[in-house]
Structure formats: structure tokens, C-alpha cells
Design a protein around this ligand. Structure first.
Ligand SMILES: Nc1nc2c(ncn2[C@@H]2O[C@H](COP(=O)(O)OP(=O)(O)OP(=O)(O)O)[C@@H](O)[C@H]2O)c(=O)[nH]1
Length: 426
């Protein structure tokens, strides 16, 4: 690599000697020399100078004052101070002022000068590279910290956070030192057991890269949906999991609104039958985790055709709305799910620790129907309760049993509920 050396010395002989020494020692040195230090500023601004050889005494003045100017204009230009007389005091002052090396004219030979120049240039280049790398890192860090996306690195063994950007602090509402003692396992809703975590790590390791959706829980207990890209990386002997996550709550809200629009019954404002089986699967999992009974009950108004036929379709609609309101008023728990499956048929999914309580609740609704519905309309129910921990039935299977039970209730006089139980795996 070509290097430019600037010699500032008021002795013409010395300038010529330094120039000759350097150009003979290295073909790649370009040497410019001046007597007047006033030229320093303009030259440094115009030319990329790698090293300045600066005479200590310039026209009767010390050149120490010029060192700061050189540093200011060109911080990675090396400075070698030269004196006519070797003096420890001058050397100390020069080093204190920021020169990189010091030579006495008595000690200068071609090999010595070129070795010192070459060392100073190499040292300055390393300093510059180091500075640039640090500046790039700082810039990258600032880009990372200003992105709304979560970037984090975790230990695959413990899932503890090793490093992360400020987006994680903002999301978790926690300072860095708190987050360092936390792990991805604890803030994600993805895992029930540590085995789940290790399974996940193996999955990422095998695929190299995994895209998935999950919910993260912040310090306020809020669960926010995220889409993550996760990859497995090895640096030296160490292994890491790199996560990059995007908050998708807005997308999920829009999706949810679309789902709600598509699954809403316009007459009763209840859910329609679309999505019922997915909802059942979700509620089944919760009931299983909570050791509860899960019940599907089909509610069907009795002799509803007569109401339509005698009083008109609009009156029939009013009764349907009244019935929907009655169901909403009686099944209000967060996990209760009510849908209008079609016509005058409604499906209710309930979960409870006690199957008897479910039966009592349904019986109560049957009982209060006539006083709440026009023309003292009654309803019949067919239902089935399973103990979710020990019985697994697909939605269609459970619905079929409930439907048979509804048929039974209708056949046996209506205005009643027939609910059967599945306690154990058959
Ligand atoms: N008003 C109104 N009627 C509806 C709606 N959807 C279905 N129906 C009517 O509900 C009636 C259901 O009649 P059926 O299936 O014979 O049942 P039912 O008369 O209640 O007889 P059982 O169930 O045996 O007691 C039909 O007359 C349908 O036209 C609706 O959205 N509004």
C-alpha cells in the first residue's frame, strides 16, 4: 500500500537526507517536504498524509504547537518528532503532546528512520481500523436500538438473554439488568415445560432457521402476539439462538375483526357455526389443563315452526333474539361459548370442575324459557359432558352424541335437557 510522508524541517540538507532515506528504503513511500510549518494545514487538508516527520526547532521556535493542529485535521496521521540534540526533556514533552515516536538527528540512519516510519504508519492504520470498526458497531447498535423489532440472543441451554436491543426493554418495561436475569422461556407463552424448550432448540438446530408466531408477556402481564425468525448460530465454541421478532398485534386485531365479521350471526349477534370446531379444540385444551369437564349442549326451540306460521317470520325472529339474550345472560363466564348453529338451534360449549353444575345450569335455562320468551316458548337440549383429562373426542363426535341426545329429548316430550357423560376413555 502506498504511503505519503510529509517532512517539515527548515534544514534543506536534512529534508533531502530524509527524502533519500525513505524513497530508497521503500518504493511505496511518496515523500513531500517543506521548510515552513505554515503549509501544514493546507497540505493536510488536501493530501492524505500517513506520517509527518516534524523538526522540533523550526525557524527558532518549537514545533510542539503544530502537533494539536495535525491531530485535529488528520487524527490518524502519525507524527515523528526530530531534534538536533537528543534531549530526554524534549522527548517527554513531545510524547505528552501526542507524537507517536521521537528521533534524535544523531541516531538517524536509513534503516532506523524507515523502521520508525513504517511502525508509526502501521500503528496509525490499526488505530484507524479499530476506530472505524467501533464507529460501525455503534452505528449498528443504534440502528438495532431504534428499530421497533425485538432482536435478542439467548443461550440454548438456559434460554437466558445474553444480549438484546432496546426494543426488548421497551416491550418488557424493564431495565437491562433485570432482563439479563430473565429468559426467553419465561416471557414466552410457547412452552409449558423445559422439555418443550429443548424440543424447540432441537427443532431450530435441525432446520437452522425457524419462523413462528407466539405471544410474549410483558411486566404488566400483557400478552402481545409476535412473529419470530429464529436461527441457530455457532461462534467459536459457543452456540446461540438468535431471535428477531415483530409485534403483530395490529395484524392480529385486523384478522380477528375479519374473523368476527365472518363468524357473526347478524340476527342475534352471536357467533355462527363457522369456527365452532376450532373454538371447541381451544376450549378442550384449556379444560384438559384445568382438569375440567367440557360440555357441548345443543339448544333447540320447541315447536318454533308454529310461531312462524301463526305470527309471522318477524315474530319468530324476535323470539330467536330473546332466546339468544337468555343464553348470553346465563352463560357469562369467560370460557363459555355460545353460537347460533342455524335456524332455531344454538350450540353452547361450557366447562366446569363439576359436571353436575353444568347440568343444573342448563336445566335452569330450560326452566326459565317460557317466562322469558314470547308465547311461552320452551326449549329442548341435547348435550354431552366429557372429562377432558381422560377423554378425547373430536368436535364432530361430541356434537353427534349431543345431537342424538337432543333427538331423544324431543322424542320424550320436549322442554327438557338430556345430557350424557363420558368420564373415561372407552
Ligand atoms: N323466524 C325465523 N325462523 C327461522 C329462522 N331459521 C329457521 N327458521 C324456522 O324455524 C323452524 C324450525 O322448524 P322445525 O325444524 O320443524 O322445528 P320446530 O317447529 O321447532 O319443531 P321441534 O324442533 O321438533 O320442536 C322452520 O319453520 C324454519 O323456517 C330464522 O332465522 N328466523
Amino acid at each position: 500500500m502506498r504511503s505519503t510522508v510529509l517532512v517539515v524541517d527548515d534544514s534543506e540538507t536534512d529534508r533531502l537526507i530524509f527524502e533519500r532515506y525513505l524513497t530508497q528504503a521503500h518504493q511505496n513511500y511518496e515523500v513531500i517536504s517543506y521548510a515552513d510549518p505554515a503549509t501544514l494545514t493546507s497540505i493536510l487538508k488536501m493530501v492524505q498524509v500517513d506520517c509527518v516527520i516534524l523538526d522540533f526547532n523550526l525557524a527558532g521556535e518549537t514545533s510542539i504547537q503544530h502537533i494539536a493542529t495535525i491531530h485535529k485535521i488528520s487524527p490518524y496521521t502519525g507524527i515523528i518528532m526530530i531534534t538536533g540534540v537528543g534531549d530526554e526533556k524534549i522527548a517527554a514533552t513531545a510524547f505528552k503532546s501526542g507524537v507517536d515516536d521521537y528521533l534524535s538527528k544523531n541516531d538517524i540512519s536509513q534503516s532506523r528512520l524507515s523502521a520508525v516510519v513504517s511502525n508509526v504508519i502501521a500503528k496509525k492504520r490499526i488505530e484507524k481500523e479499530h476506530h472505524n470498526a467501533n464507529a460501525e458497531l455503534t452505528l449498528l447498535r443504534s440502528v438495532m436500538d431504534n428499530t421497533p423489532n425485538l432482536n435478542m440472543v439467548c443461550d440454548p441451554e438456559t434460554s437466558l438473554f445474553i444480549t438484546f436491543n432496546l426494543a426488548l426493554n421497551r416491550f418488557l418495561k424493564l431495565p437491562t439488568e433485570h432482563i439479563k436475569s430473565k429468559s426467553y422461556f419465561h416471557i414466552s407463552n410457547q412452552f409449558d415445560t423445559t422439555d418443550d424448550w429443548f424440543q424447540f432448540v432441537e427443532q431450530v438446530k435441525a432446520a437452522g432457521h425457524l419462523k413462528f408466531e407466539t405471544e410474549l408477556v410483558n411486566a404488566d402481564g400483557q400478552a402481545i402476539p409476535f412473529e419470530f425468525d429464529c436461527c441457530y448460530a455457532q461462534v467459536g465454541e459457543k452456540h446461540y439462538l438468535l431471535f428477531s421478532g415483530m409485534d403483530i398485534s395490529r395484524l392480529k386485531n385486523v384478522q380477528q375483526e375479519l374473523i368476527e365479521l365472518a363468524t357473526k350471526d347478524p340476527l342475534t349477534q352471536l357467533r355462527n357455526r363457522r369456527g365452532l370446531s376450532e373454538e371447541y379444540a381451544r376450549l378442550y385444551k384449556t379444560a384438559r389443563r384445568n382438569s375440567q369437564y367440557l360440555c357441548i349442549a345443543i339448544f333447540d326451540l320447541d315447536n318454533f315452526k308454529q310461531i312462524n306460521d301463526s305470527h309471522g317470520h318477524d315474530v319468530g325472529d324476535t323470539v330467536l333474539v330473546q332466546f339468544a339474550e337468555l343464553l348470553k345472560a346465563n352463560f357469562q363466564r369467560p370460557l363459555d361459548y355460545i353460537a347460533r348453529a342455524g335456524g332455531e338451534e344454538f350450540v353452547v360449549i361450557l366447562s366446569d370442575e363439576s359436571a353436575k353444575s353444568i347440568q343444573q345450569l342448563i336445566d335452569k335455562v330450560i326452566k326459565v324459557c317460557p317466562e322469558n320468551l314470547a308465547y311461552q316458548t320452551t326449549a329442548s337440549v341435547g348435550g354431552v359432558c366429557i372429562y377432558a383429562k381422560s377423554v378425547k373426542l373430536a368436535y364432530e363426535q361430541q356434537f353427534k352424541i349431543a345431537d342424538n341426545n337432543l333427538y331423544y329429548a324431543k322424542e320424550h316430550g320436549k322442554n327438557q335437557a338430556r345430557i350424557t357423560y363420558e368420564e373415561y376413555v372407552s
